[in-house]
Design a protein around this ligand. Structure first.
Ligand code: UDP
Length: 371
């Protein structure tokens, strides 16, 4: 079979520039996918908010920076509230360029969880694809994704089944998982280190429960991540004895994995339907078992009893008891799971198959919205 490289436009999240941490897991997903698609021979143009930087390994990408005011994140807004676009917003500017470049590209792949690109999908000739990065955190997004996916199902992909189940889709959703550049993560077999927690410091991540476990075990909790909500961070810190939390800040992947690999366990405590949970897989890539609430993506990533423990959501006592038996987990099994299911190559192949399949479907015949 002959191979034809695709010309692909990737459009980043409008909530922050790449490298800032404000985009959460999407930032790492984008860099993994770039590396994976490049290694498959495709050509990539990346549109991202001004100030964005790409990590080493992405040098072949044509990175176009777009100025404008960044979008507020959906998960911190009223569930039934409207879609917002600030004055001088970066979102419409990103999409103006995406449509221009997309006219001569094979596909435009969107990573932004936002109304405009999804609404455009059945209304333009450019082939827009959406890798949805969150669950149904807003009613307007939930209904829009459900409705557009009804006529354009092959243009949507999700990270996990549990994430997709939020959208009450009419067709079977495509699940692509996620991918990690495993050359960046070193296996660490030391199982006697501290407890760790990684994530954006924001209420939906439930740091307070992990801190409560550390308190109950009279232990310390090392915390890595961007402080998105400083009032929340202060409340969590005040809820536990001084010194329980050790704030480690936001690190590059290389530095993060070096420190994280020393932990005896990662505690993961989502209070929302976590779409995937990059930090779980990153910990496992270093050999660190994960003890998590069985809510959203973590329930599909952790093989309870093999790569960590899953417990009833919000059950802090169960979380503590599972942390106490984390030494029963073989750290090598954690790394093996990631190599098998979440490598950069596996992920890029899933995404390539998705795009190729989506390009075969001719929506102009199916959709009454296209003239
Ligand atoms: N992260 C990082 N440095 C840090 C802490 C976190 O680069 O010091 C990244 C981490 O690699 C992961 C992201 O932050 O990719 C968090 O993603 P996750 O999917 O866990 O949650 P999200 O923020 O998307 O809800």
């Amino acid at each position: 079979m002959s191979f034809t490289p695709l010309k692909i436009i990737l459009v980043s999240t409008p909530v922050g520039c790449l490298g800032s941490g404000r985009g959460g897991g999407v930032e790492l997903t984008i860099s993994s996918l770039i590396k994976g698609l490049l290694s498959l021979g495709h050509s990539i143009t990346m549109l991202a908010p001004e100030g964005s930087v790409l990590p080493p390994g992405c040098e072949q990408v044509d990175l176009r920076q777009v100025s404008g005011v960044q979008q507020p994140s959906w998960q911190h807004r009223e569930y039934s509230g409207p879609a917002l676009i600030p004055l001088e917003g970066v979102l419409p500017r990103l999409w103006q360029q995406a449509l221009e470049l997309g006219a001569s590209a094979d596909a435009v792949v969107n990573f932004g969880y936002d109304w405009l690109p999804i609404w455009l999908t059945p209304r333009v000739k450019q082939r827009l694809f959406h890798l949805i990065s969150m669950g149904g955190v807003s009613r307007i997004m939930k209904e829009l994704i459900r409705d557009v996916a009804r006529s354009h199902n092959s243009r949507f992909a999700f990270h996990t089944k549990r994430q997709a189940s939020d959208f009450l889709l009419h067709h079977q959703p495509l699940i692509v998982g996620n991918g990690f550049d495993l050359s960046q993560y070193e296996l660490n077999l030391n199982s006697r280190g501290p407890l760790g927690w990684v994530g954006r410091i924001a209420p939906e991540k439930g740091l307070e429960d992990a801190a409560a476990v550390a308190t109950a075990l009279q232990d310390r909790l090392l915390v890595w991540g961007l402080i998105e909500d400083s009032a929340y961070a202060k409340r969590v810190e005040a809820s536990v004895p001084p010194g329980t939390i050790e704030w480690r800040g936001f690190h590059s992947t290389i530095d993060l994995q070096r420190e994280l690999g020393n932990c005896r366990a990662l505690i993961n405590t989502p209070k929302w339907n976590e779409a995937y949970g990059n930090v779980i897989v990153e910990a496992m890539a270093c050999g660190v078992p994960v003890v998590a609430y069985n809510r959203g993506g973590p329930g599909e990533l952790i093989n309870s009893g093999v790569t960590g423990w899953l417990v009833e959501p919000d059950d802090v006592e169960a979380l503590k008891l599972s942390v106490m038996k984390v030494n029963e987990i073989d750290r090598l099994a954690c790394r093996n799971w990631v190599e098998k299911y979440a490598s950069l190559d596996v992920f890029a192949k899933h995404v390539e198959d998705w795009i190729l399949h989506g390009l075969e479907v001719n929506y102009s015949e199916n959709s009454s919205l296209i003239s």
